[in-house]
Write a protein that binds this ligand. Sequence first.
Ligand code: NAP
Length: 321
Amino acid sequence: MGKPVIYITRKIPDDILQPYQDSFNFRMWAGVDVPVPRDVLLREAASADGILCLLTEKVNREVFAAANNLKIVANMAVGYDNIDVDAAREHNVVVTNTPDVLTETTADLTFALLMAAARRIVEAEKYISDDRWKHWSPYLLAGSDVHGKKIGIVGMGRIGEAVARRAKGFGMTILYHNRSRKNQTEQELGVFYTEFEELLNKADYVVSLVPMTDETKKMFDRKAFQKMKSTAIFINVSRGGVVDEGALHDALTENEIRGAGLDVFENEPIAADHPLLQMQNVVCLPHIGSASIETRTKMLKLCLDNLAAVFDGDDPITPVT
Ligand code: NAP
């Protein structure tokens, strides 16, 4: 039997693939920054034993139906809302993701975004680069304090806990909301469980770290923003789909909340003329939560190790279900 054919949906560095070359026959989309066209993905899936994909690929029923030999889809992300897991199960295809290896890096970015939105870092940098800094004045670009404030983490999972540890260092009071309480985390980190509405009511910083599911879809809607403090800053590093972006825009323009920091959007890449991009009190990033060189390399290796485990007849290391 020949080596399993693995289709990789984006160009990844040769040195990462090198240790796996003896085990697999790699085929790869040559684009570095451009996603694989749908027709190419479907054609390649037809002869693939495994797929290593990114969150830009919708791996749905159409893909599974086209892929008769497929045994595993290794998703290079911890979130897997781009994959139809039910369809995968029906086709006996294993789905894996990349938890843990990106937790600390994503928490770093979450805190950086929170700090940037709170202290108006992007506006301030633009103020200088636009040559508008002529005088110092008491309230010039004055933002919100972070230390000693209340942070409300919605989705106290791996990344939520890592953000809580950072918040502790800033002397923040930490509220969290999950579907289930985490007694051990409460004891270890001194965090307080609160119902969703109470968290919205009390937090100075509301941070979304929930996965995108049917339940979380647009959970940050008009009603949710109306419950927040008028001084609150909303941070989203989970998935754009958990937010009603129109409602967020309304809340910001009507001063129902003070600002936002967004790493993820309903439609990515966000259109250049999107109203949220026109607002000074919103810091927007192009979905770079886990984007450090070290972590992206670990994510790719974990995908490849998952592929290796499955084709060696072992259990996948990080299956999604
Ligand atoms: P995780 O460990 O699974 O944590 C998710 C948490 O959300 C869990 O504690 C879960 O607790 C809670 N949750 C799930 N459904 C909920 C609901 N309906 N209401 C309230 N809480 C709910 O996942 P993670 O590794 O921390 O990652 C979290 C998410 O971050 C990922 O799914 C991904 O979408 C996103 N992410 C984004 C980036 C980026 O680049 N921006 C990078 C990495 C991850 P219960 O089950 O008890 O509710």
